[in-house]
Design a protein around this ligand. Structure first.
Ligand code: SF4
Length: 186
């Protein structure tokens, strides 16, 4: 089994959501520049034999597919013989369409989706700027990924509302999500 050195890379603090427990979206900072991306890639891939880039935000898809196409170009440029590179990305899922899903599938990305459980829980905290809950958009993104053969993992924030809903309901939700909405496309 290949062992990787993981580099968690924050590409931007900007986001299309306004989750009420997050401060990243308030940031005025710029996304990572090409110069920084190139230096990071060169440095990581000359220091370690096997590198895992874990792309984080903010919302990682707000920088556009171009950003990751450039990352793929740089990784191919700096990959040394006998070494390996892999990519994983964490996203809120709301901007994932066919193009993103196709790109992730073509380039072997592992995809983690941020979702806080069933809609009554998720939409309490994870809303768009207009106040609308993001649950439906997240599920659309997940189904796009599934249609390209990607099985996303899940990152979930647990707070007192989660605890009040109870472990059984959370477990039932994720079972429903994978068995019904995702695997059967319902
Ligand atoms: S999706 Fe992530 S980065 Fe965006 S507001 Fe929510 S927690 Fe923050």
């Amino acid at each position: 089994m290949t062992t990787y050195s993981a580099i968690i890379t924050k590409v931007t603090r900007q986001c299309n959501l306004r989750c009420n427990y997050c401060h990243d979206w308030r940031s005025k900072g710029e996304p990572m520049s090409f110069e920084v991306l190139a230096r990071l890639t060169s440095s990581a891939m000359s220091t370690f034999d096997n590198v895992q880039f874990i792309w984080h935000g903010g919302e990682t898809t707000t920088v556009g597919i171009d950003f990751y196409e450039r990352a793929m170009f740089l990784q191919a440029r700096y990959l040394r013989s006998g070494c390996a590179v892999r990519n994983d990305i964490q996203t809120n899922g709301t901007l994932i369409d066919k193009n993103w899903a196709s790109f992730f599938a073509d380039n072997g990305f592992g995809v983690g989706i941020s979702i806080d459980g069933p809609p009554e829980l998720h939409d309490r905290h994870r809303r768009f700027a207009n106040g609308k809950g993001s649950f439906t958009s997240v599920m659309n993104g997940i189904n796009q990924l599934r249609s390209f053969g990607i099985k996303p993992s899940v990152l979930m924030v647990i707070d007192k509302d989660t605890l009040e809903l109870g472990a059984q309901k959370i477990f039932d939700f994720f079972l429903w999500m994978y068995l019904l909405r995702v695997y059967e496309g319902g």
